[in-house]
Write a new protein. Sequence first.
Length: 142
Amino acid sequence: MIVDKGPDGVILALHRATHATLHALTTRLADLDLPAADINMLANLADGEGRTVGALATATATRPSTLTSLLDRLTRRGYVVRETDPADRRSFVVVLTPGGLAAAKRAAEAIADLERQALATLTPQQRAGFHAVIDALTEVSR
């Protein structure tokens, strides 16, 4: 049962839930030895489609300077490569390697499994309410 705690504490509760979720994911994927930010990046690439750095920054809500370090780390691990963007030769597209695709699929599966477990007892209305709060927080934060 979900108890309405009012508007106070929503952000702090979301922060706690985020940390608990990230801890659960890094634990489930401990053998990959990846920090949560890397798991997030790989999961966003799990469909096998390359993404521009800008698209990845938006999808992962990561600052460009942080994203560069993260991509450098995943490149050193052999999970991603940067290729010239055929649509704009001045830009790069980040693409998974075969090993990166395998890790990305595991990350996406772990996320989907955790989400299924967490939301199993919630009604569609409760899930819709959660998304409304997330949308409102995202909008006000822009």
